[in-house]
Design a protein around this ligand. Sequence first.
Ligand SMILES: Nc1ncnc2c1ncn2[C@@H]1O[C@H](COP(=O)(O)OP(=O)(O)OP(=O)(O)O)[C@@H](O)[C@H]1O
Ligand SMILES: [Mg+2]
Length: 369
Amino acid sequence: MKIKWLKLKNFRNYSECFVEFSDGINLISGKNGQGKTNLVEGVMINALTKSPRTSSDNDMKKEGSDISEAEVCLERNYGEVKLCCRISTEFKKQFFINSNEVKKLSEVFGNLVAVYFSPADLKIVSGSPSDRRDFIDTDISQLSGSYYTLLNRYNKVLDQRNRLLKTVHNRAEIEEQIDIWNEQLASLAGHIIKTRKSFIKKLSSPASETIKFITNGADKLSISYVGANGENSEEIKSEILSSLQNNLSKDMELGYTTIGPHRDDIKFSLNGHDSRIFASQGQQRSIVLALKIAELETFEAELGEKPILVLDDVFSELDTFRQKSLYEKFKGVQVLMTGTLFKFKPDEDYLSLNVKEGSVKSKIMQKKK
Ligand SMILES: Nc1ncnc2c1ncn2[C@@H]1O[C@H](COP(=O)(O)OP(=O)(O)OP(=O)(O)O)[C@@H](O)[C@H]1O
Ligand SMILES: [Mg+2]
């Protein structure tokens, strides 16, 4: 898939902006604080239904304005799709597909599918389990809106169970009411964990291959899910159900549910050791890079077409060898990458977009013959 153009209106530091992208590599350059990340954020909100860098939608509204819009026009193998996110004081956040407002956020997913990589992604390896769960949930949601719906349903049931644990202190009364929540929670958990495990399986092999390649065979990566055992959703469900029952005293004491997919983790082992603790900063960065390349391959296999690749401020940080190996993986992919300076230019035609104080100037750069 390709993004043909992006239109921003009162979005971050942009009053009005219309940019056409090239089908290949788009280098977005400019000094610090000019609006490079804001530009790709305008793209990403239409892929993720939220910003990759803030949880507050209002942050994206240009200061002093009431309505903000970020619209993209996509070319998919089945035709053209326009996606628009509108953030307004009156309606908060709305999405439109070909000018029709969507009823559920889950309908937005799967239209624009993008692999996004920014310096903050180092937290996928070095951060907390919740950073890793966000990573995998965001990835799967992009491919399947119904997974996003499943997560929402799980979280609602989890809230109900937690409310019961917090408000009722009599064990007999809790036991009388909790079975219904346990049953629903375990069933939803079975599907969530099964989906996460299958996705990790798909990512695992291209990610390990990439690590092997960029470290010349020195490092071996394996990725595993840390949570309930079981291969299919029924097996997982029954394990979760008995853990919920066995942990009731602890959950009552703490006032919340201590087991389930909302507490699970993903383990990245490098040469047999947990990367979060043992891997060096450079090794952690390589693991994230390998994951992103694995995402590209996995998304393509799932979609039947190539996703978009968005690299915010990471490319220039990589050494020449890693930059070259990434360029290899770019073939046929539309890439939007930002940076203050690109020393290593692509060996093909590309579009140069220069950003200055919320305005963009584009120039087609032709490969030197
Ligand atoms: N809601 C907003 N309204 C107006 N301006 C905003 C808003 N949010 C951020 N900005 C401005 O946008 C600018 C930052 O833009 P952005 O993060 O895109 O910079 P950048 O070009 O990516 O810089 P860097 O190279 O440092 O990453 C800042 O000047 C900031 O004040
Ligand atoms: Mg930036």
